[in-house]
Design a protein around this ligand. Structure first.
Ligand SMILES: Nc1ncnc2c1ncn2[C@@H]1O[C@H](COP(=O)(O)OP(=O)(O)O)[C@@H](O)[C@H]1O
Ligand SMILES: [Mg+2]
Length: 249
């Protein structure tokens, strides 16, 4: 038995002559935050898209809890336990916080949409949604309009929506983007606790956050993983310094 929750095996993807992913094998283990870093254009988003299912690899597999999910759609992967938060918010801004969480819970149940009255009155859905809101610290904000939340609270709501699916792994593309220093700090504390819920594969530019949070870091350059290791190992890695981090780190 291993504690690997999510992994890619030899993922490759080309756009014309450009190898955006070149034989990438990474894994995410129970309880950890594994950060993926690399310069712009390194292939981070392309990798995440293949893990989440919006892009098909030319070669290689994606496995979730030991199951090959490469042929599954994004929705099927979400139902299989892959919790994703998006770089661009997918929240319904005019709806309330609770309604957004309920939409997630409804999606998780696999049942079709009927009317708000029916959804709001469904005890099982409602408790699933309320539980997720409480978990991210938005328990008291259920009736607030999503548009009236701060940036950071919206990110937390996105995580709550993902939590309604009871994910076994999270994949996050730049959750700190646009949050500012104080917001980033808050989000860092939040993600720090969230890893107990489910491990997190984290693409993030904010190096303070990455170094504070990551149990392991993989460095992606020109579509290839050039190093994987702990924060200390990555800081000390000569190839990483040369390719990406510079001498000051
Ligand atoms: N759909 C696409 N068609 C053609 N080229 C693409 C496409 N998506 C990404 N690329 C290219 O692949 C490379 C990796 O992009 P991306 O994964 O977005 O990098 P990152 O997220 O690390 O900044 C870049 O050179 C980018 O221009
Ligand atoms: Mg990107």
């Amino acid at each position: 038995m291993t504690d690997i929750v999510l992994q890619t095996r030899g993922i490759s993807k080309s756009f014309g002559a450009l190898k955006a992913s070149n034989d990438i094998s990474i894994d995410l283990r129970a309880g950890e935050i594994h950060a993926i870093i690399g310069p712009n254009g390194a292939g981070k988003s392309t990798l995440i898209a293949q893990i989440c299912g919006s892009l098909q690899p030319d070669a290689g597999q994606v496995e979730l809890m030991g199951r090959d999910v490469t042929a599954l759609s994004t929705d099927q992967r979400a139902r299989a336990g892959l919790g994703r938060t998006f770089q661009i918010s997918a929240l319904a801004m005019e709806d309330s916080v609770l309604q957004n969480a309920l939409l997630g819970a409804l999606g998780a149940s696999g049942r079709p949409w009927r009317f708000w009255a029916a959804v709001l009155g469904d005890r099982a859905l409602r408790s699933r949604a309320e539980e997720a809101l409480a978990r991210v610290g938005l328990g008291a904000f259920g009736s607030k309009r999503c548009a009236d939340l701060s940036h950071g609270q919206r990110r937390q709501l996105e995580v709550a929506v993902a939590l309604t699916l009871r994910p076994c792994a999270f994949v996050m593309d730049e959750p700190m983007a646009g949050l500012g220093a104080a917001g980033s700090k808050e989000m860092t504390t939040f993600l720090d606790g969230l890893r107990q819920e489910a491990p997190i594969l984290l693409v993030e530019h904010d190096m303070d956050a990455v170094f504070a949070l990551a149990d392991r870091i993989s460095v992606l350059v020109y579509g290839e993983v050039i190093a994987t290791g702990t924060v200390d190992q990555i800081r000390a890695d000569a190839r990483v310094r040369e390719a990406y981090l510079g001498e000051t780190v």
